[in-house]
Write a protein that binds this ligand. Structure first.
Ligand SMILES: Cc1cc2nc3c(=O)[nH]c(=O)nc-3n(C[C@H](O)[C@H](O)[C@H](O)COP(=O)(O)OP(=O)(O)OC[C@H]3O[C@@H](n4cnc5c(N)ncnc54)[C@H](O)[C@@H]3O)c2cc1C
Length: 378
């Protein structure tokens, strides 16, 4: 029961390759590590990916399957907090990354759009401000006052984000890993890195999002592990939702899959302190809240066939850390997507690869790890 629905399908075989010496070692075989590995291998680097589990067995195979543009903050808030130019660049680049996801994703990705719902009047004002900011800057979105009968008793309006989509995240990342292996990347599953001193390559990339505690202490202070819990029902007899839906500031999220199952996650705020953990287990409290919401939303109680938990990395400003770790030559990081890592992880894996290759990108300044990392005196 605690296997995520996404990981339950059979994984395609990944070409096995053992390299004697490598230029770059990447810790973490999720979307970030695989994206980074592929970019570096395509640039001619010899690359090894190490993971204590297998490909996509961390958050990348345990999430809600939402593929959204932008970052974890609302666009209007992002403009104020990060600056208008940085926010615009970030939203523009994640839209382009969604196009790339569509190109690479095959049947793992559906370009459905997504619906952000307001649960009360206050949230309605907030998302209305987001809608106006997006519209002003030319990002595709539609305001919805009229909601379908199923949603109208619970919600007070919504933004439809036109270019977003729905992802089978494990299938997508396994495909990415297969492409990286074809490009010559050496994948080592079942290999836990206890200390960076074990590694030999000139460059090490930490791609562990919220589950890399203990690797380097300054990262432990800057990226806080958070647990998300999810359920997947049996297939329903009817089609109710055409695209991913989310509400209550993203705390609750659900989508209906092509076989009509509902995947529903969230309610972390029902026990926010106990959910700030990297213990990957489900709890009665959150699972109970998910079950109750399902009944409230659907008016029926479908059988729940899968229940699981996953860990993601939160940062203070809700932006990831991507680039060099200050004071540690040859150590690089890409993590801390704050629950928004499907599209950003694909992008940031490539951005950190670009940094390792010595190439500049305007987003490096926005995601610079130095803004949150203190130099460790060792
Ligand atoms: C329940 C849940 C729902 C989410 N929903 C969404 C969503 O709908 N949309 C969205 O965009 N984002 C979502 N996210 C966030 C998203 O899943 C993550 O941000 C993203 O998958 C991070 O990918 P990653 O490759 O950076 O890290 P991960 O996929 O977590 O991979 C990190 C890997 O590092 C490995 N690792 C850690 N430490 C070590 C070590 N010491 N040695 C070796 N290996 C190690 C782990 O085994 C793991 O495989 C959700 C997350 C969760 C948990």
């Amino acid at each position: 029961m605690d296997t995520p629905f996404w990981l339950a399908e059979e994984a395609p075989p990944v070409e096995e390759l053992t390299l004697e010496a490598v230029d770059v070692e990447i810790i973490g075989a999720g979307i970030t590590g695989c994206s980074c590995a592929l970019a570096l291998a395509e640039a001619g680097k010899r690359v090894r990916v190490l993971d204590r589990r297998g490909v996509a067995e961390g958050a990348s195979g345990r999430n809600g399957g939402f593929a959204l543009r932008g970052a974890a903050a609302r666009y209007d808030v992002a403009r104020e907090t990060y600056g208008a130019d940085a926010a615009r660049e970030l939203w523009r680049r994640t839209e382009a990354e969604l196009d790339r996801l569509e190109e690479l994703g095959g049947d793992a990705f559906r370009r459905t759009g997504s619906l952000r719902l307001a649960a009360d009047e206050e949230e309605r004002d907030e998302i209305r401000a987001e809608f106006e900011a997006l519209d002003e800057d030319g990002f595709g979105c539609e305001w919805r006052d009229q909601l379908p009968d199923l949603l109208s008793p619970h919600f007070r309006g919504a933004i439809f984000h036109v270019g977003d989509g729905a992802l089978q995240p494990a299938r997508f990342v396994r495909g990415l890993a297969a492409a990286a292996a074809d490009a010559g990347v050496d994948f080592r599953g079942g290999r836990r890195v206890e200390s960076l001193d074990e590694l030999e390559a000139e460059h090490v990339v930490i791609a562990t999002d919220g589950s890399g505690r203990g690797l380097i202490s300054e990262l432990d202070d800057a990226v806080w592990p958070a647990r998300g819990q999810v359920i997947a029902t049996e297939p329903l007899p009817e089609r109710l939702f055409d695209c991913p839906h989310y509400a209550r500031h993203g705390f609750d999220y659900w989508q209906q899959l092509p076989d009509n199952r509902i995947v529903l996650g969230g309610f972390r705020d029902f026990s926010i302190l106990t959910e700030m953990t990297d213990e990957e287990v489900t709890t009665e409290e959150i699972q109970g809240a998910l079950d109750s919401f399902l009944v409230e939303l659907l008016g029926t109680k479908p059988r729940v066939e899968y229940r699981w938990a996953g860990i993601f990395g939160l940062t203070q400003d809700l932006l990831p850390l991507v680039g060099p770790v200050p004071g540690r030559d040859g150590t690089w990081v890409a993590c801390g997507y704050s629950g928004h890592g499907n599209v950003l992880g694909l992008l940031c894996g490539r951005l950190v690869a670009e940094a390792v290759l010595g190439r500049r990108d305007p987003l490096h300044a926005v995601f610079d790890p130095a803004r949150l990392l203190q130099i460790e005196t060792r």
